[in-house]
Design a protein around this ligand. Structure first.
Ligand SMILES: *[C@@H]1O[C@H](CO)[C@@H](O)[C@H](O)[C@H]1NC(C)=O
Ligand SMILES: *[C@@H]1O[C@H](CO)[C@@H](O)[C@H](O)[C@H]1NC(C)=O
Ligand SMILES: *[C@@H]1O[C@H](CO)[C@@H](O)[C@H](O)[C@H]1NC(C)=O
Length: 813
């Protein structure tokens, strides 16, 4: 356009110069003016220049009418002299926006040379549509923009001028915007966009409008462009949480970092306005240390271990903030779920670790408290005692138990108890714990000493050394200490209390019983002691036991010949034997006793020496002297028989008896024989001799009577059915009885003792037996109380303390 303008000026100057030349040359040139529309085709007639210049067709070749050489658009037809188009004229190119557009140039004619000014005015035609330079117009309008706000848009260009120029802008119909056409100071028209209605980005974030520019031509031309409106966000929305309150349950003991939940807030804004950051709000520091909140994602995780027992729930305030000033808040409620992570605890609140064994049932030994920090089932605790102990748990109040004695205690059975109390909760799986205590049972003197045997019997051979230990008793007491220390003493005996200590003593410490003297079986066959074992408790307990000491026999006594008794001068009395005595005639009987007992007193009789061998025999056991044949005249009247009496002891002891036997039919006959005897030297001894003689006779009579009775009885008792035996030691008063019929040789004595059943029918009288004529001892029993007796009430018993035997003799009347 500028260039076009300068060309026009240059052309003006070119036109002006010939004009001035013509002025000076005197050739006045005319100005010819034509008007043509732009864009005429080449060759189109602009105007009949030659005609208008007054040149005739004949002159034309000579005048050589022509346009100036540099003219590009026009030429002059040589034949007609018309001005025709030789190029295309675009008015907008040449004149731009100028409303008047004309091309001036000179036409030159020779002969004479004339210069003519030609002005060709070029008229505009509507050949240009309005045109927007940009295909799109991009606009950003904040949603917060209020209606009425205007936005100037780029104008469209229309090269045409005047009526063909751009006249008006229009926009496609829409509810938000309208457009108006404004004129800028330079006259150009621009569109102005008007916001009719508030925008909402959240509803519609962009708008597309078609802006149309229309020119005034006929027909009018239009040009369009697209207006793209981006509604920009205004921070007009606060974030909103998806829930106002978030509730979540969480197991306790989850490891740190465990996800809890995610809070989500949304903001309808966009961009930075929708960038939400999360933070704890109004959360105590202690709690905020336990949880971690991701400020960008809203993820809440644990940052420590949660303990139900410390805190059962948390409330976290969370604030969401967008890029602007808007915030929102929510609460996160976290319930902690209990886990059975605490074992029950057992605590002894009070405990007496020692209790006497005599303590009553129900005595409280300990008070126990159980505790489980868990809750619900996890904290329900049951308690029991492990193993079988004589104690039980009694619940007192919630979680408290009494440990009481359930069964009687006995320290001697169990001196201490390890009591283990186990507490188990009801969790899944259950947890349990145990606590042990040791309870000592204190001793009480509740056990008397106990002898190892119910009673003791010891045999002590007589003639023991004094001081010998003869027995030992022992008792034990299971109690402890002094309660179990036993000492022994003698508390009773059947000995004379004054003499007791001279017989026996007991060691208090060891229970050994000592003989204090040598015992004599013949004096004391047995005695009984009551020994006491006594502990040192307070009060002391004791036990008695009987100790029976049996003094055993030793063969320490030789047999003693009772008959025939020796005369003081050493000679024996004589017995008469009738000359007519048949063989087997009982001449006499040697009677001997032995203080010992048993075999030691089992006597046997032997003929040691005889003046007429074969004439007499002595019963081995009976001592009966019998004739073995009839006496002959050749037999010496006086016979001497030496009989040995031996006991059965080991070694045996013996005694001898000398028998003088006189064959005579009467005492008178016998008496002279006595004359052979040495005369007594004095009257005193003579008197004694007669006394002895009388005594001997009485004895002989007695013997005869006894023998007779024996013989009679032997015969009758063998057929008797009423007779019985006396067991030794038994004295029967009502039952008729008889001693066993011992055959000869089984007893040291062949006395058979008879018992009458009725006192009225008594067949026996009793002889008084002097102690010197002590009866034989009973061989069947060691028992000093053994009594051989007749039941006859007439029977007179004798008691010889030296033998401790009761012996009765019976004699038939
Ligand atoms: C997480 O715990 C550690 C150690 O207990 C502590 O130093 C840290 O500050 C905690 N973090 C948060 C976000 O509470
Ligand atoms: C009790 O426990 C203690 C120590 O554990 C042990 O020495 C003792 O023998 C136990 N007693 C009983 C009666 O089990
Ligand atoms: C033991 O014997 C003594 C004397 O006879 C008597 O006093 C005491 O009570 C008896 N003790 C027992 C336990 O029998």
């Amino acid at each position: 356009m500028q260039r076009n303008c300068r060309a026009a000026e240059r052309r003006k100057r070119q036109v002006l110069l010939p004009f001035l030349l013509s002025l000076f040359c005197g050739a006045l040139s005319q100005q010819i003016r034509y008007t043509i529309p732009e864009e005429l085709a080449t060759g189109s007639l602009v105007g009949p220049l030659a005609t208008d210049l007054g040149l005739s067709a004949q002159e034309l070749p000579a005048r050589k009418l022509r346009v100036s050489a540099e003219e590009e658009y026009f030429s002059i037809s040589a034949e007609s002299g018309d001005l025709v188009m030789s190029g295309r004229i675009d008015r907008e190119k040449i004149c731009g926006k100028k409303s008047e557009c004309a091309l001036e140039f000179e036409a030159v004619a020779d002969n004479p040379m004339n210069i003519f000014h030609i002005v060709v005015a070029i008229q505009d035609i509507n050949d240009n549509a309005p045109h927007f330079t940009a295909k799109y117009i991009d606009l950003e309008i904040c949603e917060s923009a209020s209606p009425g706000v205007k936005f100037s848009l780029d104008s469209a260009q229309d090269a045409d001028v005047e009526s063909n120029s751009l006249k008006i802008y229009t926009i496609n119909s829409n509810q938000y915007f309208s457009v108006s056409t404004k004129e800028s100071p330079d006259g150009s028209k621009y569109p102005e966009l008007l916001l009719e209605k508030p925008l909402d980005r959240e509803q519609q974030s962009s708008h597309q409008l078609i802006l149309t520019a229309k020119d005034g031509g006929t027909p009018s031309l239009t040009g369009t462009t697209q207006v793209r409106i981006q509604v920009t966000d205004a921070n007009d929305h606060a974030p909103v949480f998806s829930q106002e309150v978030y509730r979540v349950s969480l197991q306790e003991n989850v490891s740190p970092g465990h996800p809890v939940l995610r809070v989500t807030a949304t903001d309808q804004d966009e961009g930075i306005n929708a960038e939400i950051t999360y933070a704890f709000h109004n959360v105590p520091t202690s709690t905020s240390l336990l949880f971690r909140l991701n400020p960008h994602t809203g993820d809440i995780t644990t940052n420590g271990t949660l303990d139900f027992e410390k805190t059962r729930s948390y409330v976290l305030g969370v604030e969401a903030k967008d890029g602007g000033v808007h915030t929102a808040r929510c609460n996160v409620q976290i319930e902690i779920i209990d886990e059975n992570d605490n074992a029950p605890e057992v605590t002894f609140i009070s405990f007496s670790n020692q209790i006497p064994e005599e303590a009553n049932l129900g005595t409280v030994i300990a008070l126990i408290k159980v505790r489980d920090q868990d809750s619900g089932h996890n904290g329900l605790v049951t308690c029991y005692i492990q193993k079988e102990v004589p104690f039980k748990l009694e619940p007192t109040s919630k979680n408290y138990y009494k440990l009481v004695i359930d069964r009687a205690l006995d320290r001697e059975q169990t001196a201490e108890y390890n009591i283990t109390i186990i507490a188990t909760d009801k969790g899944q799986p259950p947890l349990s714990s145990s606590t042990s205590v040791t309870l000592h049972i204190a001793d009480v003197n509740d056990n008397a000493p106990v002898f190892h045997e119910a009673s003791y019997v010891v045999h002590v051979a007589e003639n023991n050394p004094p001081g010998a230990s003869i027995a030992q008793v022992s008792a034990t007491d299971p109690d402890l200490g002094p309660n179990g220390q036993v000492s022994y003493s003698i508390v009773a005996s059947d000995l004379d209390p004054r003499a007791l200590s001279s017989y026996v003593s007991v060691s208090a410490h060891s229970g050994v019983v000592f003989a204090q003297r040598a015992f004599d079986h013949e004096q004391l066959r047995a005695f009984q002691l009551t020994l006491q074992a006594r502990d040192q408790g307070s009060p002391a307990l004791s036990a008695n036991v009987s100790l029976r000491v049996l003094v055993g026999d030793r063969n320490d006594n030789a047999p003693r010949v009772l008959y025939p008794a020796l005369e003081p001068d050493g000679s024996a009395l004589f017995d008469t034997v009738p000359r007519a005595a048949q063989p087997g005639y009982l001449v006499t009987k040697v009677v001997a006793v032995d203080a010992d007992s048993g075999h030691n007193a089992w006597l046997s009789y032997h003929v040691l020496q005889t003046s007429e061998p074969g004439l007499f025999s002595v019963g081995l056991r009976t001592g009966e002297v019998r004739t073995t044949r009839a006496l002959g005249d050749r037999d010496v009247t006086r016979q001497r028989l030496l009989v040995a009496v031996r006991d059965g002891g080991q070694p045996p002891l013996s005694a001898t008896a000398t028998l003088l036997l006189v064959f005579a039919d009467s005492l008178q006959e016998a008496l002279p024989d006595l004359g052979d005897r040495p005369e007594p030297s004095d009257p005193q001894s003579e008197l004694q001799f007669y006394l002895v003689l009388a005594l001997t006779l009485v004895s002989v009579l007695f013997l005869l009577a006894v023998t007779l009775a024996v013989a009679l009885r032997l015969r009758s008792s063998s057929s008797s059915s009423t007779g019985g035996c006396f067991p030794s030691g038994l004295c029967s008063k009502s039952e008729p009885g008889v001693l066993p019929n011992y055959s000869e040789g089984t007893l040291p004595y062949s006395y058979n003792l008879y018992v009458a059943t009725q006192s009225a029918k008594a067949e026996f009288n009793f002889l008084n037996v002097t102690p010197e004529m002590a009866p034989p001892q009973d061989l069947l029993s060691d028992d000093p109380s053994a009594i051989v007796c007749a039941s006859n009430e007439d029977a007179k018993t004798t008691y010889d303390p030296s033998f401790s035997s009761h012996v009765s003799f019976c004699k038939p009347t």
